[in-house]
Design a protein around this ligand. Structure first.
Ligand SMILES: Nc1ncnc2c1ncn2[C@@H]1O[C@H](COP(=O)(O)OP(=O)(O)OP(=O)(O)O)[C@@H](O)[C@H]1O
Length: 262
């Protein structure tokens, strides 16, 4: 299978007043087309920096980022992004917010077709009937559902999500995991998910990449050998529990806390 995302030997440092701050160090990550890569690592290790590099919003000091066989040298329209804060535009309805990327990427697409595409996605995520509401009229979980629709409405090559469920309560978060699973089954896409939640990484990921402490390297890669139509219950089964223990140990190592009693 071809890799849709290839991050090869990426090294990056921010220039700060007190000198360079090395953030990524010879990082290597490959994601085959259609796969879901979850990225976990200690706080501040460089995960968000990685998303900016994949999206072409920044260039690495060294190394290369490839998307779909093309070297990334600048921002790309074929990337969809979702963040912890859904940043929906209050002066637009939910439907108009979801349509926004199509207005930019496919300006020639008839309005009726744009709306049909957005309404289809809104229905899939359980927001049918809310399309004419303003963002402030929706709950946090509903806004994040709308934001997911907006991120994939233009069928991006890759969906990059940076802690998209981090601000939601535990039950809403689990609902959203299932929504993601169902969206992916209906519309396969390649995804990079940054998360602090190890259960989320195992439930949604095909592979989990553990980054080391800053500057981040790829410390470990876990193949999630659970069925694609996994349910939440699977997280309580021994195979998933073993994976969660492994990831927790890896995070301790990344934090330099290996050997502490736990
Ligand atoms: N524009 C910037 N200029 C200078 N330093 C930055 C910049 N952006 C991030 N940093 C620093 O780079 C390091 C990595 O930041 P980044 O946001 O990529 O980490 P992260 O792993 O996503 O963090 P968290 O898990 O806390 O969200 C941090 O120490 C941060 O303070």
């Amino acid at each position: 299978m071809d890799n849709l995302i290839d991050i090869k030997g990426v090294t990056h440092a921010y220039r700060t007043k007190s000198g360079p701050l090395p953030v990524l160090d010879d990082l290597n990550i490959s994601v085959p087309e259609g796969e879901f890569a979850a990225v976990v690592g200690p706080s501040g290790c460089g995960k968000s920096t990685l998303t900016r590099l994949i999206a072409g919003l920044m260039k690495p000091d060294r190394g290369e980022v490839w998307l779909h066989g093309e070297r990334v040298t600048g921002p790309r329209k074929t990337v969809g992004m979702a963040f912890q804060n859904p940043v929906l535009l209050e002066w637009r309805t939910i439907l108009q917010n979801v349509i926004l990327p199509l207005e930019i990427v496919a300006p020639g697409m008839p309005r009726r077709d744009r709306e049909a595409r957005a309404l289809h996605l809104l229905e899939m995520v359980g927001l049918k009937g809310f399309e004419h509401k303003r963002p402030s009229e929706l709950s946090g979980g509903m806004r994040q559902r709308a934001s997911l629709c907006r991120a994939i409405v233009h069928k991006p090559d890759v969906l990059i999500m940076d802690e998209p469920f981090g601000a939601l309560d535990a039950f809403t978060r689990e609902d959203l995991w299932q929504t993601m699973r169902d969206l992916r089954a209906a519309e396969p896409f390649t995804c990079v998910l940054i998360t602090h939640d190890l259960r989320e990484s195992v439930f949604l990921g095909d592979q989990v990449f553990v980054l080391s402490g800053r500057p981040a390297r790829t410390q470990a890669v876990l193949d999630v050998t659970l069925s694609a139509d996994r349910t939440l219950d699977i997280l309580f089964e021994p195979a998933a529990q073993d994976m969660l223990h492994y990831l927790r140990d890896q995070i301790r190592i990344a934090q330099g806390r290996d050997g502490e009693t736990h």
